[in-house]
Design a protein around this ligand. Structure first.
Ligand SMILES: Nc1ncnc2c1ncn2[C@@H]1O[C@H](COP(=O)(O)OP(=O)(O)O)[C@@H](O)[C@H]1O
Ligand SMILES: O=C(OP(=O)(O)O)[C@H](O)COP(=O)(O)O
Length: 403
């Protein structure tokens, strides 16, 4: 993989450099609640701008449906990038249309532009190679060189991640180099016990990684929206909790395999439940109660792990030599459901092993709950990406940079 340092040595003065970043930051009412992913790409953007490149920054944000949707505009991220750079950043209101070309053509060496959300275009995420290739051609028209630095999206076979680097000279940015360097340690020389904690809401994506993790981890703790498919598979009522019904046979097989191979698969023993999802805008106090995990009422959903589960999880983390955590174990954006996630974060800090936290929302939760990000072994900007890397999978965005 050629790195940005090689590109800088070759010289970028006046060249248009396309930086595929992951600026998929959490937003509340259009306000960024954690800018970690923007700060993470600054070294790359700054180095290119300082060397006289015309820097074109691109990213997805959220999951719009292949067409413009103002709720998912990258404008707030572009504005924050400008603040962090201490320099103006041009913003194009389309991705590959006239506004993007105008913004890029208007750049002087050392200046930066952000183009609108890549996923406003159906070609970005298309499963059809030709459609993705055509969109990548349109992106390629905006640049002379490609720098891949969106670690959080390298597991996606998307046009800007996978197809575009094949069309331009391509290099890995500083963030990708750092992330891969740290995560590599977890694939090569894992000190045991190795505890993995999985939570969050991208249940179908993340259930799949358990298949591989069963052969790698000693303990797998399941919280967040992930837990309810397991509880249901054990025959419990889960009410209106997040559920991946079609995955019940799969998780049943996981539980059998874990038992047979001596991997501890740990589920919550109690949960906080409510009839309503909390209001994340007003953060108004929630009406919830704590129940045992096999007593979830039919009209309620589980929104955090309960006090007994927090103790149990902390115990399974305490003596671990290696810990990997992806996914808040509750709806940590709301103070009433952040207790489980805070307990897991504390347990990581109390453990002497090497601790890695991965994922946009997990990293945001840790910082927003007031934990010192430097106290963890590593905070990865990618959740799904780091999990798939640890599985040993070939990640499209890394393979494309290697070719
Ligand atoms: N029990 C739950 N029910 C619904 N959503 C949940 C639950 N627990 C956690 N979440 C949500 O999961 C989201 C984060 O999931 P995900 O994107 O998978 O994590 P990450 O970005 O760290 O990889 C958060 O917005 C959080 O509110
Ligand atoms: O937020 C992200 O992943 P993560 O939640 O696994 O950390 C990345 O920006 C990828 O987004 P996607 O899962 O919509 O492709």
């Amino acid at each position: 993989m050629k790195t940005i340092d090689e590109l800088l040595a070759e010289g970028v003065d006046g060249k248009r450099v396309f930086v595929r970043a992951d600026l998929n930051v959490p937003l509340a009412e259009g306000v960024i609640t954690d800018d970690g992913r923007i700060r993470a790409v600054l070294p790359t953007v700054k180095a290119l701008a300082d060397a006289g490149a015309k820097v074109v920054v691109a990213s997805h944000l959220g999951r719009p449906k292949g067409a413009p949707d103002p709720a998912f505009s990258l404008l707030p991220a572009a504005e924050r990038l400008a603040e962090l750079l201490g320099a103006p950043v041009a913003f194009a209101q389309d991705t590959v249309g006239p506004a993007a070309h105008e913004a890029v053509n208007g750049l002087q060496p050392g200046q930066v532009a952000v183009i609108e959300n890549l996923r406003f275009n159906a070609g970005e995420t298309s499963k059809d190679d030709t459609e993705r290739g055509e969109f990548a051609d349109q992106l390629a028209a905006l640049a002379d060189v490609y720098v891949g630095d969106g670690f959080g999206a390298v597991h996606r076979k998307h046009a800007s991640v996978y197809d575009l680097p094949a069309k331009l000279p391509h290099y890995a940015g500083y963030l990708i180099a750092t992330e891969v360097g740290v995560l590599k340690k977890l694939t090569e020389d894992v000190k045991r016990p190795y505890t993995v904690i999985l939570g969050g809401a991208k249940v179908s994506d993340k259930l799949a990684v358990i298949d591989e993790l069963l052969g790698k981890a000693d303990r797998i703790l399941i919280g967040g929206g992930m837990a309810y498919t397991f509880l249901k598979a054990q025959g419990h009522e889960v009410g209106i909790s997040l559920l991946q019904e079609d995955q019940i046979p799969t998780v049943t097989e996981y539980m059998e395999r874990a038992a047979a191979s001596g991997v501890e698969l740990v589920l919550p023993v109690d949960v906080l439940v409510s009839t309503d999802f909390p209001d994340l805008k007003t953060k108004a106090p929630a009406d919830f109660k704590t129940v045992d995990a096999d007593q979830i009422p039919a009209d309620m959903e589980g929104l955090d792990i309960g006090p007994k589960s927090r103790e149990l999880f902390a115990e399974k983390i305490a003596d671990a030599e290696t810990v990997f955590w992806n996914g808040p174990v509750g709806v940590a954006e709301h103070p009433d459901y952040a207790g489980g996630t805070a307990a897991v974060a504390r347990a990581l800090l109390n453990c002497d092993g090497f601790t890695v936290v991965g994922g946009g929302d997990s990293a945001a939760a840790v910082r927003n709950l007031g934990f010192d990000e430097n106290a963890f072994g590593h905070i990865s900007t990618g959740g799904g990406a780091s999990l798939e890397y640890l599985e040993g999978k070939t990640l499209p965005g890394l393979a494309a940079l290697e070719n």
